[in-house]
Design a protein around this ligand. Structure first.
Ligand SMILES: [Zn+2]
Length: 215
């Protein structure tokens, strides 16, 4: 059974959802830099506050800082599904070194692929309930921002960072940083590409079967 896994993918590709589902079914910790950072911030550690200053400016963490967080976390874990890490080739190389120091290695990398147009339509149609936090999509769920939340009747809002300009910037950054990481893992024979247009359940089944087969 493979239990050191990385999920790469653009915004709205569902990588967080898949990582969470797979983690739950296989009992592997699903972790993102964001989750580790939130934990350190909640504890009020120095490294948590440092990360906060980058996050509040909407900046990517420098490789060096992300490495410290992951290194700290790997001190007490040897199985993981990383979601959104590594974000740069530098972080990917650092992850290899951290694992090597523990005589471990990465076992598989899934690249979730979604065309940019589909990312735009998924992201720009997102409405979030400001009461219960549920996320809906105008197109998929057939609702508009004027309507109440179908779950709790709370008010729906469009997040301010869900604008076309902000999204295109994120996408450009994603492609710029992810291409070299994917090429690197492909050369190492670890990369598997997954077309996520078929929806959450189909993608989950595919990933589930792939991990099971490796048992
Ligand atoms: Zn709600």
């Amino acid at each position: 059974m493979k239990n050191r896994i990385v999920l790469l993918g653009p915004p709205a590709s569902g990588k967080g959802t898949q990582a969470s589902l797979l983690g739950a079914v296989f009992g592997i910790p699903h972790v993102s830099t964001g989750a580790i950072v939130r934990e350190e911030r909640a504890k009020g550690t120095a490294i948590g506050l440092e990360a906060d200053s980058y996050a509040s400016q909407g900046l990517l963490f420098p490789d060096e800082l992300a490495l410290r967080f992951i290194g700290h976390w790997l001190g007490s874990h040897s199985r993981f599904i990383f979601d959104g890490f590594p974000r740069t080739l530098g972080q990917a190389t650092d992850l290899d070194s951290l694992l090597e120091a523990k005589a471990l290695r990465l076992q598989t990398v899934y690249l979730l692929e979604l065309p940019d147009d589909e990312v735009r339509s998924r992201m720009l149609g997102r409405l979030t309930c400001s009461s219960c936090g549920s996320v809906f999509n105008e197109k998929f769920h057939g609702i508009s921002v004027e309507e109440p939340c179908p779950k709790c009747d709370g008010p729906l809002v469009r997040r301010q960072d869900d604008t076309l300009e902000a999204l295109d910037h994120r996408l450009a950054q994603y492609h710029e940083f992810t291409k070299p990481i994917a090429d690197n893992y492909e050369a190492a024979g670890l990369l598997k590409k997954v077309d996520v247009r078929f929806g959450r359940d189909a993608v989950f089944q595919l990933l589930y079967n792939d991990l099971r087969e490796a048992a």
